[in-house]
Design a protein around this ligand. Structure first.
Ligand code: SAJ
Length: 410
């Protein structure tokens, strides 16, 4: 069997490499020449623990090959980005482009799987886009079980930082447009997934993925709202949550500087876009989490205003602990806003990177060691709970005013 993976990013590349490591022939397709060349040299263009070794092995054994133009295959797995537009409407352009790219090489009995997190109805749209390009083939939205091509939505659910492990161990939701589509998809996933593969229809599978991330977003918003209420009432939110969580049926998540990454801060908007009047809590949770970085930035700024020559140390700019991913990071946004506001000299400690992004360098921020930051700062903002920072004791921060958004000092 030949499997083609469209989109070789954070989801597509690990998926392609894992399937190749099971002995199947995998052709990876990407629009980026740099990604294609890097992968064909057995290297990777993204950061994920252990991915380099798996990709190198898959390329060296000839099981994985990357290309710019799709080639015929038995199954196509689409793992392209689904961002939102300025007005928070889902942007399905990458899925449409992927459909147009694979349509010319589609053959009868091919299986097409959409892995990208998508708004409800996107898998049906994918069928329509393919149908438009290939009027000679029939699709399950139209011809049901008699269709030439099978289509399913099997949303990815892996946690950045643990992708290789979760790709194999997580349960999978298999949303077939028809039963036969689901059966075909299960057959493919069973070759590399150890978790259960649970069948449903495509629309429910789309909504299930959005629901998982919205559920987490709503829970984090609850914690973030609590943290702001506690500031007003002079209560330590970390102690409060520890106490409340002693109740057998309460499990509050951790407040933080806001919600980052490219999933949890995006996906709930797809539900809001589909049901704008009804999705009130989901929208409010998004607004609370999006507001949190501004709130934290003002807290830091008022602390800095207490000093004649404020030196602000920002501990961490990644979007969460122990990764180097700065995309959609609230911590990075806070550091940028602080630097631009002229609140003081800004020192950044980020053990997972070797160079600061240009936006911060240009604004005058400096990347320094933890020791240097501790020695020279008078305001200390803990923005990410990296393992290096969790070792800190209150005594290490000396005379600095501390804003601890992650509760490392409890
Ligand atoms: N965060 C908090 N408090 C918490 C937990 C998280 O502030 O108690 C923040 C993090 O610091 C980070 C953001 O939330 O900024 C998101 O981090 P995360 O670890 O919760 O999730 P992601 O975005 O790395 O991955 C999520 C996962 N979804 C769920 O756990 C329901 C993952 O399984 C999905 O595959 C992924 O989104 C995705 O691709 O959709």
């Amino acid at each position: 069997k030949r499997i083609s993976v469209i989109g070789l990013g954070y989801i597509g590349l690990p998926t392609a490499a894992v399937i190749a490591s099971r002995g199947m022939e995998v052709i990876g397709v990407d629009v980026s020449e740099n990604a294609v060349n890097t992968i064909n040299q057995g290297k990777i263009h993204i950061v994920e623990p252990d991915l380099d070794m798996v990709v190198q092995a898959a390329v060296t054994t000839g099981k994985l090959r990357a290309t710019l133009t799709p080639e015929p295959a038995d199954a196509f797995m689409i793992a392209v980005p689904t961002p939102f537009k300025g007005n928070k409407e889902p942007d399905l352009t990458y899925i449409e482009k992927a459909a147009q790219a694979i349509a010319p090489v589609l053959e009868k009995d091919n299986l097409v799987i959409l892995e990208s997190t998508s708004p409800v109805g996107a898998t049906e749209k994918l069928c329509q886009w393919l149908q438009k390009e290939r009027p000679d083939l029939s699709f399950p939205t139209d011809k049901g079980e008699q269709a030439d091509i099978q289509v399913a939505h099997c949303p990815e659910r892996v946690l950045p930082g643990k992708v290789l492990q979760e790709l194999v161990s997580n349960d999978r939701i298999i949303g077939g447009i028809t039963t036969h589509c689901a059966e075909r998809a299960i057959e493919l996933y069973k070759t590399f997934v150890r978790g259960d593969c649970i069948v449903t229809n495509a629309r429910t599978a789309e909504m299930a993925k959005l629901t998982e991330n919205s559920s987490r977003d709503v829970s984090i918003a609850f914690a973030n709202e609590l943290s702001m209420i506690c500031d007003e009432l002079d209560i330590n939110v970390w102690e409060l949550i520890r106490l409340a969580n002693r109740h057998p049926r309460v499990n509050i998540l951790n407040p933080g500087p806001g919600v980052g990454g490219h999933c949890i801060a995006v996906d709930p908007w797809f539900i809001v876009d589909s049901s704008p009047k009804t999705a009130r809590m989901i929208r409010t949770a998004r607004e609370i989490n999006d507001h949190k970085p501004h709130y934290v930035m003002h807290q830091i700024k008022s602390a800095a205003d207490e000093f004649k020559r404020p030196v602000i140390a920002c501990l961490g700019i990644a979007f969460k602990a122990d990764i180097d991913d700065l995309r959609e990071s609230p911590a990075k946004a806070i550091a940028e806003e602080l630097t631009a506001s002229g609140a003081g000299e800004v020192l950044i400690v980020e053990p997972n990177i070797t160079e600061l992004p240009a936006s911060l360098v240009d604004a005058g921020a400096r990347l320094v060691s933890l020791d240097e930051a501790l020695q020279s700062c008078n305001v200390l903002a803990v923005l990410v709970d990296h393992r290096e920072f969790k070792k800190l004791q209150a005594a290490d921060t000396k005379q600095a005013m501390v804003i601890d958004t992650r509760g490392i000092f409890g």
